[in-house]
Design a protein around this ligand. Sequence first.
Ligand code: CS2
Length: 521
Amino acid sequence: MTTDSLNQAILNQASLTGLPNNIEFPSYDRSQLKAGIVHIGVGGFHRAHQAVYCDELLKTPGSEQWAICGIGLLENNRGLRDILVKQDYLYSLVVRHPNGQIDNKVIGSMIDFIFAPDNKQAVIDKLAHIDTKIVSLTITEGGYNVHPSTGELDVTNPDITHDIAHPNDPITAFGYIAAALRVRKAKGMKAFTIQSCDNIQHNGNVTRKMLLTFTAQQDAFHQDTIHNNSGLSHWIAQNVQFPNAMVDRITPVTTKADIDYVAKNFELSDEWPITCEAFSQWVIEDNFSNGRPNWDKVGAQLVADVTPFEKMKIRLLNAGHSVLGLLGSIHGYATIDETVSDKDFAEYLRAFMDLEVTPLLDQLDGIDLNQYKNTLIERFANPNIKDSLSRICSESSAKLPKFLIATINENLAANRDCSLAALVIATWCLYSDKQVNQAQQPLTIQDAMQTELTQYAQNTQTDSLAFLKLNSLFGDLMNKPAFTELYSDAINALYAPASNIKNIMGNILIQKRLTVTEEAK
Ligand code: CS2
């Protein structure tokens, strides 16, 4: 057994049998597994979600072909690769219940990991391999390169432009997938399914639309030079399925405390354990090109149409997170549980869910929306999940158009008030402009559009609508007086000397209730 400098066993295949009794570990023979799934983007969420469903499935005889090979496209995945290789791709999962109960297990479903920057061809070969039946993705909302206001592929992204021009030297997920599908097409092989596991409404349809545009552009660009490239887009349209799915499990960023917990309780050195909540949901459209695992036997739901599930989840949970994330950050809170435990924030969140989101949602058979919202608030309040507001606020420019701005536009179209959401957008402006909370402590912006966000927000003092002029994010919200009036009021309140976010929230809530009562008359 290998040990580290503290004489602790290093988590790997050999150390599994020496684990304490209260820790579950893969009982199946990992040496017999095949990677039928190649997953691009091995973040914490994938390791707490899909990989856990697969781990469960692999306990069933006959499922050996459904293990996972991870792919890391980004330079900052190098460290993850080194750790996974050292640990035989094993990691610990620490599931923390609200009542303090903790379930510990080691997940064994990942059996390989390829770090793309070191070996691009190995990634293409793996995706094109006959054993690869599903290519799944958690590449974040931004990874799909959807232009936020047009909904089309953003071809101004330099990596996309590069990949269109250089099909054999990809950088992006689409570039790799296209390269591999081109090989499969040329060899007369079956396509794989492309399965998005990101928080995007109609994530399969969006992936399909972006990939078809991307490959059509490659086809057009290379028609004179790459003979076997013609018609890839058409072939994908005919042969590749893109099931939509709703995915859910709150997975905070791994901290030093998580590593220490595993060291103490597992007597193991695991350099990258994953902590998550007990709740997990995966609703998948049963629409696959080349077979699928029986995920329905291990807790996933297979349905014909996932639309109402995903809208409910994205508009309530993800948007709810952003509401707490932005407002709570300005107040000076650091985590979701801390923020929602403050009744002023809990009340504001519940009013946002009830009054600005619920009227836009479809009724779902077997789902009580009230109960769903209660459960969300309980999940957010789990004191053992220290989900940082910095994680929630990161990449807001890719999240908010889908989580919140869509809700604002739908309410405006129905002549409904959206003052609660308007304050959230105004708070995002303040956050991007000042980058400090009410106590003048620094707030960080981690966002691909950081420069633009700050640049537009900075003009707010002289032009209260300046932030909304960032029309790649806000579309034509700027020209909708029913919104800009609410937004300007929120900006004026937030930028007033010694302003206090809780007072502002309280005032908006009072006004909102009056408006709703008026509307109901
Ligand atoms: C969060 C999500 O990133 C975010 O802003 O809302 O990561 C959320 O925790 C997951 O979607 C939960 O399923």
